[in-house]
Write a protein that binds this ligand. Structure first.
Ligand code: NCD
Length: 313
């Protein structure tokens, strides 16, 4: 890694994707690419280092890939995958749990159901804290995975049209991704029913940074122009009123019929889990990239941990 950038990233928290510069993200993408090609070079980089994965909310890909990343770098893992497994169930605060984890580990990856929880943890410990998803707010490491996937598939971000489709209100992955795509100058179309459109403060932020996203509720409006279609699950657990969820559940379903309108090389991404937004028949098409995207979570997090903890490469 470029030594200057490496020093910049050392010991840094990652709470929001905008904590990183485009140069730092480019560098992480380059290292992740190298990890895919020559994983053996990195197998001892985190020897005697430990990650604490503090997961207050369910996770499959994010936790597995943080833990796999640390193990593949020669390090080790402690943590919990549910708050019922530890003193959180006795009422311990995020700050105290983070302080305790910091006694035993070199870095914390935290997922929490409350917006801002990772920031609270980071404010209370001296070791780096990585936000592995905070409520309906942000999910920066999913975004690094998404950017890496787009880069591998499309060779960059210039002149790309990206459709973000589904739950843009509560979906934390699309909040972080919209910020990042704006940093790289991609064009964004926001596809969601009015009640699930991207929050105004995020759109205002994109506009301020020079991105003027188009909004529509109709998938057919974007399907023939998109280079990347990023689909998300409607986040049932974040609806204050369950009857509101039933009004929008099943709004979009990508199947082979709608894909007849798509560019041949359009790729479909999804952070997963999917619950009906993408028909299984799509898995067999040239468009599907969501499982590749899940796979990419490990090299990306390996690159990030190495940068933050300053492993020798
Ligand atoms: C997402 C999440 O947890 O925000 N999944 C993930 O991290 N890969 C998306 C979701 O739960 O819908």
């Amino acid at each position: 890694m470029n030594p200057g950038l490496k020093d910049e990233m050392m010991k840094k928290d990652l709470i929001d994707i905008t904590d990183l510069t485009t140069e730092e993200i480019d560098e992480l993408i380059a290292v992740a690419e190298d990890i895919v090609k020559t994983p053996e070079k990195y197998s001892e980089v985190m020897r005697h280092r430990k990650i604490a994965t503090l997961f207050y909310e369910p996770s499959t890909r994010t936790r597995f890939s943080f833990e796999s990343a640390m193990l593949d770098l020669g390090g080790s893992v402690i943590g919990f995958s549910s708050p019922t497994e530890c003193s959180v169930s006795k009422g311990e605060s995020v700050a105290d749990t983070a302080r305790t984890a910091a006694c035993f580990a070199d870095v914390i990856a935290m997922r929490h159901f409350k917006d801002g929880a990772a920031f609270v943890a980071a404010s209370n410990v001296d070791i780096p804290v990585i936000n592995a998803g905070d409520g309906g707010h942000m999910h920066p490491t999913q975004t690094l995975t998404d950017l890496f996937t787009i880069h591998m598939e499309k060779g960059g971000f210039d002149n790309l049209t990206v459709g973000l489709c589904g739950d843009l209100k509560y979906g934390r992955t699309v909040h972080s991704l919209a910020d990042a795509l704006t940093m790289f100058g991609a064009k964004i179309t926001l596809v969601a029913p009015e009640s699930l459109q991207m929050p105004d403060d995020i759109v205002a932020h994109l506009e301020e940074k020079g991105c003027h996203p188009r909004k529509t509720a109709v998938l057919e409006d974007v399907i023939d122009q998109a280079d990347v279609l990023y689909v998300t699950r409607i986040q049932r657990e974040r609806f204050p009123d369950p009857s509101e969820y039933s009004k929008v559940a099943g709004t979009y379903r990508i199947d082979n019929a709608i894909l007849r309108e798509a560019k041949n090389d359009m790729i479909i991404m999804h952070p997963l889990p999917r619950v009906g937004e993408i028909a299984p028949e799509v898995d067999e098409t040239q468009h599907a990239r969501y499982f590749k995207q899940a796979f990419n979570g490990v090299p990306v997090r390996m690159a990030l941990l190495s940068a933050i903890l300053g492993g020798e490469m």
